[in-house]
Design a protein around this ligand. Structure first.
Ligand SMILES: *Cc1c(COP(=O)(O)O)cnc(C)c1O
Length: 497
């Protein structure tokens, strides 16, 4: 299987090169030139297999230049022992034929672990295959979940360094503690004065500075990226939709061939795009439901065909979905335009210059046949957490609650009662303040993060993941804060140049 760029069809590389490069030089995203297809027998064959075996079967269709042995080593390394559930991504029943796919049993309690536990293996294997002897430097700007998941994924991985910048006032107390207490001999973490955009812009500047790149190369280093546009992050996410379907088959909840609806709380459009690829491969899916918070740029796009980021930015209780530019949408448009790289380049140029673009009527029709979309605000998010807990004894986090809310409205409005799988993207204990507020209907307010965790455990009988609970009382290892102008100095300092 070959990979090309959404903005240049002349480019053809293999998957290892796509993963190593991260993004194409003209700004496009790497995509497979064709989507492999599977049938009912493939699903049946995976029914009784482990998550690792399912992952190998699905990924081998995309990463054809990795040998069977290489892929096995990568997948087994990523998913053995690092997830609290043996199933890795278990499916639990919410009620009737509505199921929750829990993607947060990894080391950082957010779904980003599903891909970021695997990416370091894929990346270092790719570098070896490509003959590079440089040490890989991963630079990350994070608004919370990605930074910690990348740190855990790359910690103590030979031949790599990982440096994370986060906005000092822009992450939750739990997220900050998770990052500043990070263990590992190849890791560095720094806060910056400013917001997420400042951190992101600073990292991009460092990435794209040719002089700096050269200086790093002379010192034996090469930059790479762990952000969600890397194909090595997207491909692992396709697996769990297959795995969820197989779990439902195994439990007798569905018959092979039955169509399911998949609901995804969405920010950068990576997670739901993986579900789209699964559908396109032949996984029996009726609708993909894209759920947004008050930053509902995707709800508008998927219903009108016009993407317009010119709107106020809302800070919400589901911060990992506070985003106005959903980068991975570019890959969907590439598929739906029959790989029209010129058109994609035009639209992305327009997005860059005016903040908006509109797709053709044909593409809008195709979008509407595959997707439904909805959104809800913070009040509805918290109401949903409360109701879901009271009605089904299930405690969900703020991001998952957005998906539950949007799904319930969809089911009510359309009467579509096909079996549903709702992606749950974080542990509720990662967002204790909002969840406690929701469960007690605003009656209980506590200041300390761990008091909130304890109270939530006492109230609900749910157990906080040990990775979060054990942070109580730990002393930060990384206490540095820098200005955005000083970020490159910090990078050089961390690399010892
Ligand atoms: C990143 C994240 C999302 C959004 O996922 P995308 O792939 O960016 O759409 C949703 N929920 C949580 C908890 C996340 O960390």
């Amino acid at each position: 299987m070959r990979y090309t760029s959404t903005r240049n069809n002349n480019l053809l590389i293999d998957s290892a090169a796509a993963i190593e490069k991260g993004i194409s030089t003209e700004g496009g995203l790497f995509v497979p030139t064709e989507i492999p297809s599977v049938d009912a027998d493939f699903l049946a064959s995976l029914k009784d297999k482990s998550y690792i075996e399912r992952a190998e079967a699905v990924l081998s269709l995309f990463l054809t230049d990795y040998t069977k042995e290489e892929l096995h080593a990568c997948v087994a390394g990523a998913y053995t022992g690092s997830f609290a559930s043996e199933d890795v991504a278990p499916v639990v029943k919410l009620h009737d034929n509505v199921h929750i796919l829990e993607l947060w049993h990894g080391p950082t309690c957010a779904f980003k672990d599903m891909a970021l536990q695997l990416l370091p293996y894929l990346l270092t294997t790719a570098a070896k295959k490509g003959g590079s002897n440089k040490e890989i430097v991963i630079l990350v700007a994070t608004s919370g979940d990605t930074g910690k998941a990348a740190l855990e994924g790359f910690k103590d991985v030979d031949g790599t360094r990982i440096l994370v910048f986060f906005p000092n006032d822009g992450v939750s107390p739990m997220q900050k503690l998770q990052m500043t207490t990070q263990a590992g001999k190849n890791v560095g973490v720094s806060a910056i004065y400013g917001n997420f955009d400042d951190a992101q812009t600073g990292v991009k500047k460092i990435f794209t500075d040719p002089a700096l790149r050269e200086e790093l190369a002379e010192n034996g280093f090469a930059f790479s990226s762990a952000n969600s546009i890397n194909w090595g992050r997207l491909a692992p996410q396709i697996v769990y939709y297959f795995s969820a379907y197989c779990d439902l088959l195994k439990k007798g909840e569905i018959n092979n061939g039955d169509k399911i609806n998949i609901v995804v709380p969405t920010g950068n459009f990576g997670n739901i795009l993986a579900a789209y690829y699964a559908k396109k491969m032949g996984l029996p899916v009726n609708k993909l439901l894209c759920a947004s918070n008050a930053n509902n740029v995707l709800t508008d796009f998927l219903t009108t065909g016009t993407y317009d980021r010119n709107r106020p930015f809302h800070t919400t209780v589901s911060p990992s979905m506070d985003i106005l530019i959903s980068s991975n949408l570019e890959r969907l448009l590439y598929e739906m335009s029959n790989h029209n790289d010129k058109l994609i380049s035009e639209w992305m140029k327009s997005l860059n210059e005016t903040g908006a673009y509109s797709v053709t009527d044909e593409i809008l029709a195709e979008i509407k046949s595959a997707f439904a979309a909805g959104c809800c605000d913070d009040i509805a998010t918290k109401e949903t957490i409360g109701k879901t807990y009271q009605s089904y004894n299930y405690l969900c986090d703020t991001h998952t609650a957005v998906a539950v809310n949007v799904y319930e409205k969809y089911r009510e409005e359309t009467g579509d009662t096909a079996p549903a799988v709702i992606a749950s993207t974080a542990s509720p204990f990662k967002f204790s303040a909002a969840v406690l507020d929701a469960v007690t209907q605003g009656k209980e307010k506590l200041d300390d993060e761990f008091e909130m965790v304890d109270r939530l455990q006492a109230l609900t009988g749910c157990k906080a993941p040990v990775q979060l609970a054990s942070l109580k009382g730990t002393q930060p290892r990384f206490t540095g804060i820098c200005t955005k102008e000083d970020m490159r100095k910090v990078v050089f300092g961390m690399l010892g140049i």
